[in-house]
Design a binder for this molecule. Structure first.
Ligand SMILES: [Zn+2]
Length: 498
């Protein structure tokens, strides 16, 4: 498999990158409920692997600052954020109308600490964007982030707040153009929708399409208004393997980098596209999945790596550990080191697992047609007269923070927050967003107000039926339950999709 792709200048050594890794030791304790496939414990398992592979010492390990209400409200509606802050398993029975309105209860259950969970994973992604904006690192990683389905005023597909949209808004303060790439098996609908009518963010999603959650992501959905040709969708079918996947990923992303020239890249690394995922139906190996990271890294553009889906959690941990190694330029031994979750990885106790022999339903013809169609769309973008690529303004230069302080008290520059115009709350289907672009430390702000027509944006809150009674469990029994669930080879069939 080719690994090339440097169409932009290499870094000084061509291999190593400075990496910031965001991790909150509490994140593994959040628990969606018994039988729910989304398990934050996988983030803790990933962290344990990173520690025992000796990777933590090669990164700046940062505990994220919790995102505040106002940080979340840069994208989300005030009343939705207030609801997330106030709802608890004990009070939810009195809030049935609100639960339905915000699509909380089934796929997206109310659980203990829900709001601090949202603050934690959003804080990591926005914190990563801030570090990249300051030029403090080449790559920032937040495996707890990547919750791409959340909408402005609605939870969806196990996602409550959209940390990706918030991180991209942060990057847009410094970068004229930001690229979003999504390799989760599900369409990155929440992020696409947020930026569907702007030419400052290009979204590219590779996903299973056809009778599959969330149902969007048709190849013909290309963006709207100023954003026309700035949304790319790559619809795929069951059983896609490494070679087929890369036969699309590299030509398409190579062309995107050439014509869009982003100042920063956000890569959502959802691991439910791996072979053997509990909810997924693709057949990628970990190396095939990580090849996307390797390829995007090769362009030497500030890179934010985020998590996402991934429901066979031993493979999620394997994947994100390996991809952290790719970010660092480190080779990892296939033989796994002993660590506290070692028993999850039997019987082979290896980092890599072989893909299956399942049928690849993506014919060569189908793949060729998709590639031709998307490259054609990109050529229209290249020649569109309205498209003017400019040099991006210089990054804000701040003195390097004292590393000893970073772990516990990492703060981002709150004062340069972008505000979302209040009009959007009162005008269904119309969003007016102001981009404030700090040009230097003097807080010089260039206003670049944009009117965005989003007739398709206002989605009615979907019909969530009443939540089942949820018993609250303490942390230690949660963890035990968690492990019991994981160790059961046959979990009860889970009907929800994400
Ligand atoms: Zn997914």
């Amino acid at each position: 498999m080719e690994t090339g792709g440097n169409s932009l200048p290499s870094g000084p050594d061509g291999v190593k990158r400075k990496v910031f890794y965001f991790y909150d030791p509490e994140v593994g304790n959040y628990y969606y409920g018994q039988g729910h496939p989304m398990k934050p414990h996988r983030i803790r398992m990933t962290h344990a692997l990173l520690a025992h592979y000796g990777l933590l010492q090669h990164m700046h390990v940062v505990k994220p600052v919790l995102a505040r209400d106002r940080d979340l409200c840069r994208f989300h509606a005030d009343d939705y954020v207030a609801f997330l802050r106030s709802i608890t398993p004990e009070t939810q029975q009195d809030q049935l109308r609100q639960l339905k309105r915000f699509n909380v209860g089934e796929d997206c259950p109310v659980f203990d600490g829900l709001y601090s969970f949202c603050q934690t994973y959003a804080g990591g992604s926005v914190g990563g964007a801030v570090k990249l904006n300051h030029g403090s690192c080449d790559i920032a990683i937040n495996w707890a982030g990547g919750l791409h389905h959340a909408k402005k005023c609605e939870a969806s597909g196990f996602c409550y707040v959209n940390d990706i949209v918030l991180a991209i808004l942060e990057l847009l303060k410094v970068h004229e153009r930001v690229l979003y790439v999504d390799i989760d098996i599900h369409h990155g609908d929440g992020v696409e929708e947020a930026f569907y009518t702007t030419d400052r963010v290009m979204t590219v999603s590779f996903h299973k399409f056809g009778d599959y959650f969330p149902g969007t992501g048709d190849v013909r959905d290309i963006g709207y208004g100023k954003g026309k040709y700035y949304s790319l969708n790559v619809p795929l079918d069951d059983g896609i393997d490494d070679e087929s996947y890369q036969s699309l990923f590299k030509p398409i992303m190579g062309k995107v980098m050439e014509v869009f020239k982003p100042g920063a890249v956000v890569l959502q690394c959802g691991a439910d596209s791996l072979s053997g995922d509990r909810l997924g139906c693709f057949n990628l190996s970990i190396k095939g999945h990580a090849e996307c990271v390797r390829y995007m890294r090769s362009f030497n553009v500030p890179l934010l790596l985020l998590g996402g889906g991934g429901y066979t959690i031993r493979n999620v941990a394997r994947c994100w550990c390996y991809e952290t190694g790719v970010a660092l330029g480190a080779d990892l031994d296939d033989k796994m080191p002993q660590h506290e979750y070692y028993e999850y990885f039997g019987p082979d106790y290896t980092l890599h697992v072989a893909p299956s022999n399942m049928e690849n339903k993506n014919s060569r013809q189908l793949l060729d047609d998709i590639r031709v169609k998307l490259l054609d769309n990109l050529s229209k973008l290249q020649h569109a007269p309205s498209v003017q690529f400019q040099e991006r303004p210089p990054d804000i230069e701040l003195p390097e923070a004292d590393e000893d302080q970073e772990d516990e008290d990492e703060r981002w520059d709150r004062d340069t927050d972008m505000d979302v115009d209040d009009d959007r709350k009162h005008l269904p289907g119309r969003v007016k967003r102001e981009y404030l672009e700090p040009k230097d430390t003097e807080d010089l702000k260039v206003e670049c107000a944009r009117e965005m027509d989003m007739p398709f944006m206002e989605t009615a809150c979907s019909n969530a039926s009443h939540p089942g009674a949820m018993s609250s469990v303490d942390e230690s029994s949660q963890k035990k339950l968690e492990q019991e669930n994981i160790n059961k080879p046959s979990d009860p069939p889970y009907e929800m999709n994400s």
